[in-house]
Ligand binder design. Structure first.
Ligand code: OFO
Length: 167
């Protein structure tokens, strides 16, 4: 069994993971319409990963003999005006997710839920990777600035992202 307070906090995190997927899908669609197919593909891969994250939490709740309570997913709020602002929004979002994962871990400690701590350790490591990955793209985009050739090269490079996040 899982405590009610922890189950409810995981429900909220499931909603955040689904929102993350929605946000990355919106960014992918916007970048595709701006003719950055590589960046769009990168964002779509991330949207798919976020669904995997949501499913990981869902399965955990089910395995603990509890039921997930699904809530409405917010409209994605982010600045997609330029590739740089889209990736900066993604970075800001990942930092927020990291804070929520850390808070969940603190709660799992307070509840002495060792299984949940194990699950969350995976997410803690995942957040380190995700923040590093998005930071790298943001820095490359800042360096590219308005240079069209550099942006096209970066777009081609980002199209090579594998499902595991590596390029
Ligand atoms: Fe972006 O890692 Fe899940 O939310």
């Amino acid at each position: 069994m899982i405590s009610e307070v922890l189950r409810s906090a995981i429900d909220q995190q499931i909603n955040r993971e689904l929102y993350s997927s929605y946000l990355y899908m919106a960014a992918a669609s916007h970048l595709a319409s701006e003719n950055f197919p590589g960046m769009a593909s990168w964002m779509q891969t991330q949207a798919d990963e976020e669904m995997v994250h949501a499913r990981k939490f869902i399965k955990f709740v089910e395995d603990r003999d509890a039921t997930v309570s699904f809530d409405a997913i917010d409209k994605p709020h982010a600045d997609f005006t330029t590739p740089l602002s889209a990736f900066e929004s993604a970075l800001e979002h990942e930092r927020l997710i990291t804070r929520h994962i850390n808070d969940l871990y603190t709660l799992a400690l307070e509840q002495s839920d060792y299984a949940c701590q194990g699950l969350l350790q995976w997410f803690i490591n995942e957040q380190v990777e995700e923040e590093a990955m998005v930071t790298e793209v943001v820095e490359k985009l800042r360096r590219a600035g308005d240079n069209g050739a550099a942006l096209l090269m970066l777009d081609r490079q980002l199209s090579a992202r594998d499902a595991d996040g590596s390029e």
